[in-house]
Design a protein around this ligand. Structure first.
Ligand SMILES: [Cu+2]
Length: 166
């Protein structure tokens, strides 16, 4: 079954490529109680852009739900948790008033086109290759300091949509 083998190899190659930037920056993983936070990343910002986004994957290995209620970083005046949602046929982002719930046993991935952190009122632009610190604030797990790796301007997570830019 030559076809199958080459398909598998091609898929493996693509996956490896997609993870290359993360590997180049070092694997970043953080634990807070029963929560595991993986690979916080952001994107370089165009000159004078007022906002930047933040992404990561979070897994709740506990028996109780937890909730990401806020984020604080020195890079921005204030930061919020956003979702992308359809409104009258248009994809828009909006702040999650009650934060982002992570159910027991579940993983949530913040990624382009979905949930994301929004660093607003940026104090300086973000450049590919730099990193910045931010504190994620959870209802139960408390405050977790993580490093966000800044990827290229157009970097996209595997499987991300393309109907938005921020
Ligand atoms: Cu947003």
């Amino acid at each position: 079954m030559k076809f199958r083998v080459s398909t598998v190899l091609a898929a493996a190659g693509l996956a490896a490529l997609a993870w290359l930037p993360a590997l180049a920056q070092g694997v970043s993983e953080y634990a807070a109680g029963k929560l595991r936070i993986e690979r916080p990343w952001s994107r370089a910002t165009p000159r004078s852009a007022p906002v930047a986004a933040g992404y990561f994957k979070i897994t709740n290995a506990g028996a109780e739900a937890d909730r990401l209620t806020g984020v604080v970083s020195d890079i921005s005046g204030h930061s919020t948790i956003h979702e992308m949602a359809m409104e009258a046929g248009v994809m828009k982002m909006r702040a999650l008033a009650n934060g982002l719930e992570i159910k027991p046993g579940a993983s949530v991935e913040l990624k382009p086109g979905g949930f994301h952190l929004m660093f607003e009122d940026l104090k300086a632009g973000l450049t590919e290759g730099q990193s910045f610190k931010a504190a994620l604030i959870f209802e139960k797990a408390g405050r977790v300091e993580v490093d966000f790796a800044v990827m290229a301007l157009g970097a996209a997570a595997p499987g991300a949509g393309q109907s938005h830019q921020h």
